[in-house]
Design a protein around this ligand. Structure first.
Ligand code: FES
Length: 105
């Protein structure tokens, strides 16, 4: 499957997204700038914050409680904000588009 990360300046990075990996791992493995994954995917650092393209948001599932509370620490988030590590790649998400928040650069 594939996902596309879109930089704040509009640059697109389409990368291979193995099923079962989470979106933070996929970003880190592809050196996507702006996604660090400092906590290793524990929903405890918010350095994997992404804005899900609105067309895809419903498919990514619901935020967990830990995720919800991490997101409240960020200065500004979109309605479709998620932690990348809390979204697991599935066949259904093939073609997913994620936007990278400008403050993470
Ligand atoms: Fe730390 Fe996702 S990697 S919250």
């Amino acid at each position: 499957a594939k996902v596309t990360f879109v930089d704040h300046d509009g640059t697109k990075h389409e990368v291979e997204a193995p099923i079962g990996n989470n979106l933070m791992e996929i970003a880190v493995n592809n050196n996507i700038a702006g996604i660090d994954g400092d906590c290793g995917g524990m929903a405890a650092c918010a350095t994997c914050h992404v804005t899900v393209d609105p067309a895809w948001y419903a498919k990514t599932g619901a935020r967990s409680e830990a995720e919800e509370s991490m997101l409240t620490f960020l200065p500004e988030i979109a309605e479709t904000a998620r932690l990348g590590c809390q979204i697991e790649m599935t066949e259904e998400l093939d073609g997913l588009v994620l936007h990278l928040p400008v403050e993470q650069f």
